[in-house]
Design a protein around this ligand. Structure first.
Ligand code: PXL
Length: 275
């Protein structure tokens, strides 16, 4: 069985980060080892959330794993807390990477043209350094613009996306994928660039006019699970895009507010049948 290590926060209430990664990757058939970087009472869209940083646990936990001789088929990072923690995660990747380990980085820090409240440009630069060591990166347009120094645009054409991908690829990752890319009216999806072959690949499906919290985590976790099943990154991301769109549609029936999260629990059986 494949074994994935995922490193991100645990937001106890509200659906994102580890409370999505763990069930989704497990449902896709890979063992999911977690390294929680912080414990929050809720995700940061709630007011008054608590947060306990767990940076001081990363060293002892990973030392113990080393003494146990643990190895991972993939290392997948999401929301991290601080610039120092990114340095710790880079060290961890150096220590645990083996030939064939797939390192997937989702540099979660911004959306809709804005950094999340806790972060600054020093954090952006650190995320760019982390992306440099990845096999696959999956930033959204805001994160990519911040890391490359390119202008963030709400309206754009394919040539802007290609330029952003070229600059992103210059950070050093093998495969650079931009999420939330809309190349046609009423559609959304992803566009990626594979540095080894010099090829682009885009996929678009229907766009649902609703912005739900945690959908980036749902997309990334699904990609990781599908890649562990042996799928090519293009197929893994097509399934992830379709699954995310389907889950948003199902969640539209739920009276809870979009910032709470998506009802992926209702759609996990469908994911297991998608191909
Ligand atoms: O979904 C990304 C994410 C993960 N973890 C926490 C967050 C967010 C996005 O805001 O606040 C704590």
């Amino acid at each position: 069985m494949k074994r994935v290590l995922t490193i991100q926060d645990i937001s106890c209430l509200g659906k994102c980060s580890l409370t999505i990664a763990l069930p989704v990757i497990s449902a896709l058939g890979a063992e999911t080892v977690i390294l929680p970087t912080a414990v929050l009472s809720t995700h940061t869209m709630f007011k008054g959330f608590t947060c306990k940083d767990l940076s001081d646990q990363i060293g002892p936990i990973t030392s113990h794993w080393k003494s146990e001789g643990v190895a991972f088929d993939a290392i997948y990072t999401g929301y991290l807390g601080t610039a120092e923690q990114i340095d710790q995660v880079k060290g961890l990747i150096r220590d645990f990477r083996r030939p064939g380990t797939c390192v997937i980085i989702d540099p979660v820090m911004a959306d809709n043209g804005r950094l999340y409240p806790a972060f600054d440009m020093a954090y952006v630069r650190k995320n760019a350094e982390l992306c440099a060591v990845a096999d696959i990166i999956v930033p959204n347009l805001t994160e990519a613009a911040l890391m490359t120094g390119m202008e963030y645009r709400e309206r754009y054409d394919e040539s802007y996306i290609r330029q952003l991908l070229t600059r992103l690829s210059g950070l050093g990752a093998g495969i650079s994928v931009l999420t939330g890319v809309s190349l046609e009216e009423g559609k959304t999806g992803f566009m990626g660039y594979d540095r080894a072959s010099g090829t682009y690949h885009a996929y678009q499906n229907r766009r649902i006019d609703a912005a739900y919290h945690g959908t980036g985590d749902l997309f990334s976790s699904t990609c990781v699970g599908e890649i562990m099943k042996g799928l090519d990154w293009r197929d893994a991301m097509r399934i992830a895009a379709d699954y995310t769109a389907h889950t948003i549609e199902v969640t539209l029936n739920d009276p809870k507010q979009p910032w709470y999260g998506v009802d992926f629990e209702a759609t996990l059986p469908d994911l297991m049948r998608m191909e």
